[in-house]
Design a protein around this ligand. Structure first.
Ligand code: ADP
Ligand code: MG
Length: 395
């Protein structure tokens, strides 16, 4: 990784302005799932231990540039204070004279949480004046919000630049560093054999990822609804399966380019309705009768995938292998999670639904790295530069 991190700078006595991802689900005015808050703790605790003070900022939801009381960060501050076991001073805005004064007076060991940055339209506009006001609150800028690093917003890219303009450092936090290390190594220099697994529905959403992984990996396993479009390209009748007509041509091209590196399902679970309680059968992909649809890959495919994964040193997985929200079509996704949990390879999961599926499987702690950024992890795997990362100080 060619970016400086909080470990590369002396933070003692400094006011660290930290962009975190506290975009958590709320229910009844409380934090319903604090995974993202916990994920930011190592960085916050490290900074406090090193004698810094910490000023945190985040967005929450989509308030569209105005104050939305339900999207204020007070419940987050309450949960954070409990997890940190120290007070968290929650401010009612993220810029302005009162905020500037509170941040000017913060002492080492203290924690401030600014209000939702998206209450200001300038956040999404990456407004330079707004970024400069944010940057003036601290002595150094830390980005620990991987999930929004692919957005060029004020609190991600703009403030990093503004801080550097004022002569301060803009560095990666520990969570961001971990994401960049694991995803970066997989993209740039994977230990081989490198096997990629892709599922989910749309080829068109992920064409950049497919292209990029096909270039780099030794084998590419395809499952999920995405496989249907490949089968359609091979001339199979797919019944009522989800087939992306507009991407059939692309699939044909990928089949030609991928040749023996591409591994497709050898059996599928078909259903007579898009319903958990539908009647099901396991058939070969070219044996789908009219009125039926493929909603999962079958047990023979899992064996095939398991063989293809044998000896792998690096595995990247994005996209569930079936419509896993319905328990009867979640089996292959969970079976793959079990295979990977037992693998000696470095196992990396990217994508929001994929991460959710692995957490549901109960095997999350057996994976090397589960990315906290859905869209950001996909853009990274595509080989794109993330604006929030690009804006940080180089080593
Ligand atoms: P991620 O968020 O990990 O990138 P995607 O959003 O691309 O993953 O794909 C997840 C979705 O794909 C899930 O909602 C799942 O139900 C759906 N899916 C997977 N296989 C099928 C299938 N055979 N038919 C319909 N939907 C499917
Ligand atoms: Mg998704």
């Amino acid at each position: 990784m060619n970016k400086r991190t909080i470990r590369d700078v002396d933070v003692s006595g400094q006011r660290a302005l930290v962009r975190v991802d506290f975009n958590v689900p709320l229910a009844g005015g409380e934090v319903a799932d604090d995974t993202r808050i916990r994920a930011a703790l190592p960085t916050i605790e490290y900074l406090l231990q090193q004698g810094a003070s910490v000023i945190l900022m985040s967005h929450l939801g989509r308030p569209k540039g105005q104050v939305v009381p339900e999207l204020q960060l007070d419940p987050v501050a309450t949960r954070l204070a409990r997890l940190l076991e120290r007070p968290v001073q929650k401010l009612n805005d993220c810029i302005g004279p009162e905020v500037a004064e509170a941040c000017a007076n913060i002492q080492p060991g203290q924690v401030i949480l600014l209000e939702n940055t998206r209450f200001h339209r300038e956040e999404k506009d990456n407004d330079p004046g707004f970024s400069a006001q944010l940057a003036a609150l601290g002595d150094l800028y830390v980005n620990d919000a991987f999930g929004t690093a692919h957005r060029a917003h004020a609190s991600t890219a703009g403030t990093a630049g503004a801080m550097r303009q004022r002569g301060g450092e803009a560095v990666a936090g520990l969570l961001l560093q971990k994401e960049l290390e694991f995803l970066g190594r997989a993209v740039e220099n994977p230990e081989r054999p490198f096997v990629a697994i892709l599922g989910g529905v749309k080829i068109s959403d992920k064409i950049g990822v497919i292209d990029s992984l096909l270039e780099r990996c030794d084998r590419l396993l395809i499952g999920g609804g995405m496989a249907n479009t490949f089968f359609a390209a091979m001339g199979f009748e797919m019944g009522d399966s989800l087939v992306e007509e507009a991407a059939v041509e692309t699939a044909r091209d990928l089949l030609a380019r991928g040749k023996s590196r591409l591994v497709l399902p050898v059996d599928v679970v078909i259903a007579d309705a898009f319903d958990n309680d539908a009647r099901t059968r396991v058939v070969a992909p070219d044996q789908i009768a009219p009125g039926w649809r493929a909603l999962d890959v079958g047990p023979k495919t899992i064996s095939t995938f398991e063989s293809a994964l044998g000896g792998a040193r690096t595995v990247v997985w994005n996209g569930p292998l079936g419509a896993f929200e319905m328990p009867n079509f979640a089996q292959s996704t969970f079976a793959l999670a079990r295979v990977l949990a037992q693998s000696a390879a470095t196992t990396i999961v990217g994508g929001g639904d994929s991460a959710a599926a692995v957490h549901q499987s109960g095997l999350a702690d057996r994976f090397t790295h589960i990315s906290t950024g859905g869209g950001a992890s996909l853009e990274f795997l595509e080989g794109k530069t993330l604006p929030g990362v690009a804006a940080l100080s180089a080593v």
